[in-house]
Write a protein that binds this ligand. Structure first.
Ligand SMILES: Cc1ncc(COP(=O)(O)O)c(C=O)c1O
Length: 419
């Protein structure tokens, strides 16, 4: 199979490094995105369609990162883009909100089992932060429990001492516990009686740089029970998993009810919108928080979000992505076995995580992933991957062919280095 080179991406990055901090900062950059080895990756996209994107060197990729989650129906989905365009022609960023805001809130309330209302913003971090503020406002308590490795955004309280610019006081009221450990949650409530405002957690554990973990039987029931008993707010951060596991909410998927639930990535199929949904008991607390942004009430992303939700319902999106994910991951595990490797798949099929277990360092996995990327299958090594509904049987077949070719190259390199 032909492998890709990236001269235009590299030239553009050199220009960027002169005028942009880090060249590309944040999760799409080679550093924080962990593009290892960097030489295997393109840095700049030119255009995209359906399940594919093309880089600035004209290379085509099947995109299994889906812009790190937002692209849930495939790029340039016609119904979503049409709704956005029609709204844009009427008004986008207006001096007043439009009816579309009410329609979208009504839609979310009708779909999400634990939602009585919806509040809109732009990024996932906007709404996880609002959830924390609302929990504190509602309970008049300071402390928040989160789980080690869980990512909720970049506000100070979600970061770590040692990160540039973060001070002890930013995180002094954050209690970090191991995921799936209901006893540790119970012990924390005993240690800090009447002081814990809430618990924030992803519906299952999908940290970067580690195997993912589904909730153990009974974990969520126990955490829900403890929160109710202790008067603390249960916040589900569904920013990444939202609409990929269950259109009624990932809490519903695992058989419990959150008090607050945070959405972002898949909500607008790439249009910039996030939402905090929640129970009536928290509505007043959310209203009381001072919280807004210049573009949070813009109408175009709301129209795109409404069309995205309608389309997800039409194609039974969560079920479809789960079944495509199962098929793909099973094929990848079998391909690894054919070449004498072992691929460990964890997490949920629509958002799986994978790791070759044949060395402890992770380098072998990085090498295999880089061989896939150079052949047009865009994986990253240390983050969960994403399925979108535009993925076809042909794409899955192509991906498995690439995976086999990459394993073959990996085996040859391994044998050469042993000789
Ligand atoms: C689970 C989770 N919560 C919150 C966030 C923060 O979202 P954003 O980057 O849109 O602020 C992310 C982003 O990756 C996420 O995956």
């Amino acid at each position: 199979m032909k492998t890709y080179d990236y001269p235009n991406s590299r030239a553009l990055f050199d220009r960027a490094a002169q005028v942009i901090p880090s060249g590309i900062y944040g999760h799409l950059g080679p550093a924080e995105g962990c593009f290892i080895p960097v030489s295997a990756y393109p840095f700049y996209i030119d255009h995209a369609q359906g399940a594919y994107f093309w880089d600035v060197d004209g290379n085509r990729f099947i995109d299994y990162m889906c812009a790190y989650g937002p692209i849930v129906l495939g790029y340039n989905h016609p119904a979503v883009d049409r709704a956005a365009r029609e709204q844009l022609e009427k008004v986008n960023c207006g001096v007043l909100p439009g009816e579309i805001m009410v329609k979208l809130a009504e839609k979310l309330v009708s779909m999400i089992h634990s939602a009585d209302w919806a509040f809109f913003a732009k990024n996932g971090g906007d709404v996880t932060n609002l959830a924390m503020l609302a929990a504190r406002a509602h309970t008049r308590r300071k402390k928040i429990i989160k789980f080690a490795g869980g990512y909720h955004g970049v506000a100070q309280w979600m970061q770590f001492v040692g990160n540039a610019g973060i001070i002890d006081e930013d995180v002094s009221n954050i209690i970090t516990l191991p995921f799936n450990d209901a006893e540790a949650v119970s012990a924390a409530f005993k240690r800090y009686p009447g002081q814990i405002a809430g618990i924030i957690a992803t519906p299952y554990h999908h940290p970067a740089m580690a195997d993912n973990a589904l909730p153990l039987p009974g974990f969520w029931t126990e955490v829900r029970k403890l929160c109710t008993q202790e008067g603390a707010v249960l916040i589900v951060d569904d920013v990444r998993a939202g609409f990929r596991l269950d259109l009624h909410g990932s809490d519903h998927h695992y058989g419990f009810e959150a008090d607050l639930i945070c959405y972002c990535k898949a909500l607008g199929n790439g249009y910039n919108i996030s939402a905090l949904c929640g129970k009536n008991t928290l509505k007043e607390a959310v209203s009381s928080v001072f919280y807004t942004g210049s573009y949070w009430l813009s109408a175009m992303p709301m129209a795109a979000a409404l069309a995205t939700l309608e389309e997800l319902e039409k194609v039974d999106g969560a079920k479809l992505m789960t079944s495509l994910g199962k098929q793909l991951t099973q094929g990848l595990e079998e391909a690894a076995q054919e070449y004498g490797f072992h691929l460990l798949v964890t997490g949920e099929p629509a958002m799986w995580n994978m790791r070759l277990t044949d060395d402890d360092s992770g380098v072998l996995h990085q090498q295999w992933v880089s061989e896939c990327v150079r052949r047009g299958v865009f994986f990253t090594s240390h983050h969960n991957l994403f399925i979108n509904t535009a993925l076809t049987q042909e794409d899955i077949k192509y991906t498995l062919d690439v995976a086999r070719d990459a394993f073959c190259a990996l085996k040859a390199t391994r044998e050469r280095s042993k000789a």
